[in-house]
Design a protein around this ligand. Sequence first.
Ligand code: ADP
Ligand code: MG
Length: 832
Amino acid sequence: MQHQEKVKTLAFKKVIRPFIKTRALFDKATGNPVETNLDVYRGVVSAVKFRDLRGLPDGELKARSEALIADSRSVPDVGDNGPANAPSPPHDRLIEAFALVREASRRVLRLDPFDAQLISGLAMSGGKIAELPTGEGKTLAAVFPAYFFALSGKGVHVLTFNDYLARRDAVWMGPIYEFLDLTVGCAREGAQAGEKRQAYGCDVTYATAKEAGFDFLRDGIASSVGDLVHRPFHVAIVDEADSILIDEARVPLIIAGVGERATWDARRLAGLIKMSGPGCDFETDAEHRNVFLTDKGAARLEAALDCGSLYDAKNQRLLEAVHCALHAEALLRRDVDYIVSESRIEIVDEFTGRVVDNRHWPDGLQAAVEAKEGLARKSEGRVLGSITLQHFFRLYPRLSGMTATARPAALEFKEFYGLNTVIVPPNRPSIRKDEPDRIYTHREAKRMAIADEIARVHSGRRPVLVGTASVRESEELTADLKGAGIACEVLNAKNDELEAKIIAGAGKPGAVTISTNMAGRGTDIKLGGEDERERDRVVALGGLYVIGTNRHESLRIDHQLRGRSGRQGDPGSTRFFISLEDDLFERYGLTSRLFKRHRLSRQGEAVENELVSRDIGHAQRVIEGQNFDIRRSLWKYSELVEMQRRIIQDWRRAMLSRDGRDGAPGPVAEKAPALFTAAAARFGKRKARELERRLTLVKINDAWSDHLAWVQDTRESIHLVSLGGKTPLGEFQRSATAEFLKIRPRVEEAVIAAFETRLGKNDSLDFDADEFKGPSSTWTYLVNEDQFGWGIEMLSGKNIGLAAGAALFAGPLYVFALLINKFSKKKARGAT
Ligand code: ADP
Ligand code: MG
């Protein structure tokens, strides 16, 4: 026995410790932004616990919170690192804040925060991403930093995964803030401006990231300061941070208003392209991610449209429209990529496999798909403003977040947001068992095996949760199970609340729940049902059994699914069933490679081959890495436009808050002083200035909207530039800058012209007239940029499918490439 102990210690000293050390070194060399050493945090946690406030009466606790709030607000300029001459040092304030929240939680929610929650709260207070497994209570953990940051009175946004969760969390956690004398609000989707303004005026505001972003865009076209709903941004704490900060990061939020842009006759093009055929007029690549017009196809279209060469400069817009029509016809599949419902196109989300509300493709592509399906063109209006979620988050001076799956995204958190990731172990260690994948050669075999497995497990009444990749797959599986006489719940409600209810019941004995991968994120699955009545019975059966029917492009989503089982130390197990014919492998051309490489032939049984599963895991990591590259390159495109947006916004904001008396002269007073003097003589100086101000706001809106339209067109067609031997990004930046520089003179000219026209009229000035207002009606939506496949084209012709396939056989090389990439970046930074 003693000897064994000795061997263990020796093994630790000689093998494990040096390994940990090299690992730390390796992490340092590769710039790994993950923190696993929690010593510092534990130190603060013990200080918090030492300040035990249990003995204080409620009133005194409140008084301490009030004192802390007053203390934090007493110094007018609370800098980011805390006030220089604060009455109490920031560190002490942090401990006091945590001790207060801890005690308030005990009293009003009857929840005694775990160390893991305190540590996560500390990590977030330090501006980091906290990884804490599902079901560990992240909602409560976020209250600590939210309270701490809200002390300053500048407003904290807690951004949730969906609107239902925003409402739930605000109501659930609200009593803690209120007990401690802070206000809390929820900016619900679709609420009126007044309600929104009040919600954002609270110390802590719960909202979805999208809604906060849309409100920001609405503020961007406001015609008076009183219409603004947001305060200047201060802190955002993002729940489900990997999904929102990374997967959704590229999604542009759009605000549009009435008005129409001329587009090509999409219906006519769709008809022409339908008549031609694949293989002859156009071709797609093997991975089905790109489509090309053949020479013959081009000639036929040119003849039919009588337009001369499609590749002439004058036909650029037409060529784009043709490209969109081809894309719609050849690459987008009805019922997979989109569905048609009530004569509308509804897009299916690539990550969740579910229909997403309020989402469009870029204009031209949307028109092309509508034309392909013979639907009437829905007016998209004019884009008045847009921002990607990623840029939106960067408007917050302080950002932090939490999720159960941060580690795999740590590099991206670092690169895009400069955030480190802190891994917090669960309060009770997980005893969940992740079984090895069952791999089948073909889809049918897998499908049968899944139905058999569910039937087998279900016969013992153990609850099963199945995560599928698409709505179609859910439906197939439901039919299979029905055939076998098994009733199941399927999540296809477009209602988050209903969905949360169904998911919450997934732990009941005998429950079979089928859901696309991400449905119900944020909802807790308790064993034995929501009331945990039959908990013991389910525990005895082994807890929740999670089946994944597909590996996802992102490992994180696989982890999320697994994490549904085994919460807070519960028993549970998970298993993935995959086939080599799954979309993931076919899309990247891996199916035939795997068959060949492992000399496989179709069989009904699972493939028992360690190497196959290793290759699959590896391919998944490679694909993930390449998606990262795509995001990075798309980022470069949007970065410039974002910079331009900020310049215009600053200009607009200055105009917005200018009053009638003082301040710098506006465009008319400056560029056409005689005109201004004439107006001042007629209306009075104040009114003349107001007229100038109003007109400038309207003209800035117009000019920015035109610019965005220009950017959109150029981006859609810029990949054609690479055919001419130029680099698309460079070309884009050059022309976008040139275009941007025209905005100011254009606005000034337009303002002067409008001013002159107004002066020519005899009637008196009425600032409530339409001409001075923004668009009469606006609406907001999201754009599915990536469906357009231009991520791939932008990697300057690199073919992702081939690259993934090649990398599958050159694993170490890939790692090497990552390192090189890293070092070359460092160098570049050093040089500037
Ligand atoms: P997560 O977001 O991490 O998945 P939630 O915030 O949804 O987790 O909380 C999961 C469950 O844990 C909830 O039912 C909540 O009541 C419970 N919970 C949270 N904190 C505590 C605590 N300190 N003690 C006991 N239960 C807790
Ligand atoms: Mg949660």
